[in-house]
Design a binder for this molecule. Structure first.
Ligand SMILES: Cc1cc2nc3c(=O)[nH]c(=O)nc-3n(C[C@H](O)[C@H](O)[C@H](O)COP(=O)(O)O)c2cc1C
Length: 306
């Protein structure tokens, strides 16, 4: 039974990828996630300069709905110090996608130029960053900006570029089309959904930054819907990667049926031993493939559209 997965020109041993951010920036934790059985890892999003985090608490667990709300934002060491960790990852033969962000095209270009010589699989562009040139709304909410950034970055490297879409838009298809016109190699959906929690006793927002982003089980149906819509609209022209609320093998199968070629797992890996979780997920997918007479995981993609 084959688990090998091609996402455009990228080939990985299975379709399970570590989502950006949940395990931080040190190479050893990312390497361990790969050794636990994932197909590849994505780094925390790296920007042009070191950025300190938002005030604590910056992560709050919503246990009753197996979800997290976080306001970690784009805290990161900056690409110059992070290069070192990526070099280690690459040396340890961990298939690595580097997530990058910037507040405008110039910043995105600076980070890409500073890392593109590394032996990585490709870049994931995190567009959930305030757009300083357009009044502070997220970069990924403006199709013209998305098109321009993707096109510029594409002209600078032959490495694959994945565009990670924010769900906080009124029309994700318009943004996706702009990314495809710009030349991206895959679309990733979704990042966290705008959310907040209030302590009713203190009457104050719980997160130090007040507002945050929701991840985990609560957002899985939203992610599945976006992948389904993207697959229907783009007709399988571009690989899709599903992310949001994956904890079990059944969740992975659901994303694949909706149209994803691969998936990313975030919150679940932040709270469990990855070795056990990945083993259980893989066992469940194998069982599903067997019961439905598939010989490879790739055959499931888009099954819900037939
Ligand atoms: C603590 C935390 C930090 C995150 N940091 C990033 C990040 O740096 N870049 C990014 O693109 N997404 C980031 N995300 C979003 C995840 O990559 C993922 O898109 C989202 O959590 C949904 O997947 P999940 O439900 O499996 O967690 C972060 C999520 C969490 C919970």
């Amino acid at each position: 039974m084959s688990f090998e997965t091609s996402i455009g020109s990228i080939e990985i041993r299975n379709p399970l990828i570590l989502a950006s951010g949940v395990l931080g920036t040190t190479y050893s934790t990312l390497q361990r996630a790969y050794e636990a059985g994932l197909g590849a890892v994505i780094t925390k999003s790296i920007g042009p300069r070191p950025r300190s985090g938002n005030p604590n608490p910056s992560v709050f667990a919503l246990q009753e709905i197996r979800s997290l709300i976080n306001s970690i934002g784009l805290a990161n060491p900056g690409y110059q110090s992070f290069r070192h960790d990526i070099e280690y990852l690459v040396k340890s033969e961990t298939p690595t996608i580097v997530s990058i962000f910037g507040e405008n095209q110039t910043e995105f270009s600076e980070v890409l130029d500073g890392l593109k010589d590394l032996n990585i699989l490709g870049f994931e562009l995190n567009f959930s960053c305030p757009n300083t040139e357009k009044g502070g709304s997220q970069i990924g909410t403006d199709s013209e900006t998305v098109f321009n950034i993707v096109k510029t970055l594409k002209s600078k490297t032959d490495l694959p570029l994945w565009v990670k879409l924010t769900p906080n838009v009124s029309d994700i298809i318009e943004i996706a089309n702009a990314a495809v016109r710009g030349g991206c190699d895959a679309l990733v959906a979704i990042n966290t959904i705008k959310a907040m929690v209030i302590d009713i006793q203190t009457k104050q927002p719980i997160l130090g930054f007040k507002r945050g982003g929701l991840s985990g089980s609560a957002i899985k149906p939203v992610g599945v819907r976006y992948i389904y819509d993207l697959y229907e609209s783009l007709g399988g022209r571009i690989p899709l990667i599903g992310v949001g609320g994956i904890y079990k093998g059944e969740d992975v199968v659901e994303y694949l049926l909706a149209g994803a070629t691969a998936v990313e797992i975030g919150s679940a890996i932040g709270v469990a031993y990855p070795e056990n979780m990945i083993r259980f997920i893989t066992m469940k997918i194998k069982k599903y493939l067997k019961e439905h007479n598939y010989s490879s995981v790739g055959e499931i993609t888009g099954g819900a559209h037939k």
